[in-house]
Design a protein around this ligand. Structure first.
Ligand code: NAP
Ligand code: MG
Length: 457
């Protein structure tokens, strides 16, 4: 027999919170489920038009959305605007894909008509982090909706504004009520209630490995399909024959873009040893040109600001040397605004934590290499495998290295040429499934094969 708990016991409080979270999620999931058949069976032109209207509306409301997102993230306005335009592009792109064939006819036997169809899952749960709030929500919601699903999305508690705004404007643009729902609250209660809900048939999660693992354990029990977009420690390999000035500015963009608060940051720089000092000097110079509040945003949360400073201590304790940075920004007032100086560590070896763990800040670890094989080996000596880069004038080598890097996407002679058309996702601990591109539609739908027996009369 279970002893009744004393009232006021912390466990009571926790149970009450979990119960409340489950109720909130249950209401949203039921709203969604009730709208599922209507949305799924709407003519593709009608579904596409609504998604296109949402795209246009995001652009029309850009200033308001930027203001909302800036209030929660402190991002410089042009950077926030670019991400939000990206959010509109997700809706525009997937609006244009609703007319794609959803299956094929297969030649199996003369007396069988065999065909395949892609069907939506039904209710899709989307859980997003705080680093690119609207952009990340749109990245999952747009293809999920285009594939005929209904969605329950939970933004990070710290950055809810633009996701709520998205759901509102979507309804105003003709999305039937219930098709896109937002639930708010902590991940540990509301987030996990989404993953546990029996009517949720697919979850797309963007965030940390730790939480990805927790979700994965629940999903294993439920046989729930997941898309996991997790972290990275991506390597950018620079050979001596590259255009070094351009490679240096790209290497800096790679680790300072979004102030390093992006999973696809290039946070390991692998440099051919004979140009190491010369190249690091160029990188340091370019890094020092990143002006806080202009090219460089702040750390979005206090916790992230603390985390970066923690890694400064870790790197120094392990023997890495800061060629620039390694402290919080020195200018008065900058630390209060959570700005961090772009930081370049040299003297790094692959076993150091600064070379292995994701910092999620503008912090670069530089590692020298002698040969192409060694460069690839260092690049792949990572639990992660999200993106990678290679800078070289040797086109054959570029192709070889691009294939050899264990990562979901590789950039050659420029960093982070990402766009909505390009499938995005991880190898190894960076996750599985794919967002973006036509491929995402395959992850927001399930295949059915139908065979019809057609004997001759
Ligand atoms: P996080 O702690 O994993 O949180 C991500 C989301 O999951 C938030 O909405 C969070 O809610 C929720 N959550 C937390 N615990 C949960 C649980 N037990 N069950 C369900 N949901 C839960 O990640 P973060 O610290 O916010 O973001 C930084 C991480 O995200 C980095 O590791 C980064 O690499 C990764 N990331 C990856 C990508 C990519 O595309 N691969 C993009 C962006 C970020 P609350 O925060 O509201 O509690
Ligand atoms: Mg977190």
């Amino acid at each position: 027999m279970i002893e009744p708990l004393e009232s006021g016991h912390p466990q009571d409080h926790e149970d009450a919170e979990i119960g409340e979270a489950r109720a909130v999620v249950d209401a949203a999931v039921r709203e969604a489920a009730a709208a599922a058949q209507h949305w799924r069976h709407l003519a593709s032109f009608d579904r596409g038009r609504v998604l296109m209207s949402i795209a246009r509306r995001i652009v029309a409301d850009l200033d308001d959305l930027v203001a909302l997102e800036r209030a929660e993230t402190g991002k410089p306005a042009p950077l926030a605007a670019a991400e939000i335009i990206g959010a509109a592009e997700y809706f525009e792109f997937y609006a244009s894909l609703v007319h794609l064939p959803i299956g094929a006819v297969l030649d199996v036997r003369p007396d069988l008509h065999v065909y395949t169809v892609r069907e939506p899952f039904g209710v899709v749960g989307v859980i997003t982090p705080w680093n690119l709030p609207l952009n990340q929500a749109a990245r999952a919601c747009a293809p999920a909706l285009a594939a005929g699903n209904v969605v329950v999305v939970k933004p990070a508690e710290t950055t809810t504004g633009t996701t709520v705004a998205l759901a509102r404007l979507a309804v105003e643009e003709g999305l039937p009520p219930g098709v896109l729902n937002v639930v708010l609250g902590p991940g540990s209660t509301v987030g996990s209630a989404i993953v546990e809900h029996p009517l949720v048939r697919k979850v797309a999660f963007t965030g940390s490995v730790l939480v990805g693992q927790k979700i994965g354990r629940i999903a294993a029990e439920r046989i729930l399909p997941l898309t996991l977009e997790l972290g990275g420690k991506s390597a950018n390999i620079v050979f001596a024959d590259a255009d070094l000035d351009f490679a240096a500015t790209e290497a800096v963009r790679a680790f300072t873009g979004k102030a390093g608060q992006i999973c696809s940051s290039g946070t390991r720089l692998l440099v051919e040893r004979n140009i190491h000092d010369e190249f690091v000097a160029k990188v340091v110079e370019a890094a020092r040109r990143q002006r806080p509040g202009h090219e460089l945003g702040p750390m979005i949360t206090d916790q992230q600001f603390e985390t970066v400073q923690h890694y400064f201590r870790v790197a120094t304790d392990d023997g890495a040397v800061a060629a620039t940075g390694g402290t919080v920004a020195l200018e008065p007032g900058m630390a209060e605004q959570r700005f961090v100086e772009p930081t370049v560590y040299t003297g790094v070896t692959s076993d150091m934590r600064i070379a292995r763990e994701e910092v999620f800040g503008p912090v670069l670890a530089v590692l020298p290499f002698e040969t192409e094989d060694e460069a690839v080996a260092i690049a792949n000596d990572s639990d992660y495998g999200l993106v990678g880069g290679v800078f070289t004038a040797d086109i054959s080598r570029a192709f070889r290295v691009a294939r050899a890097i264990e990562a979901g996407q590789v950039y050659v002679n420029s960093w982070s040429t990402q766009s909505v058309q390009m499938p995005f996702g991880g190898h190894k601990a960076s996750g599985y499934g794919r967002e973006k591109g036509i491929e995402a539609l395959a992850h927001y739908s399930q295949m059915k094969s139908i065979s019809v027996y057609t004997p001759s009369s």
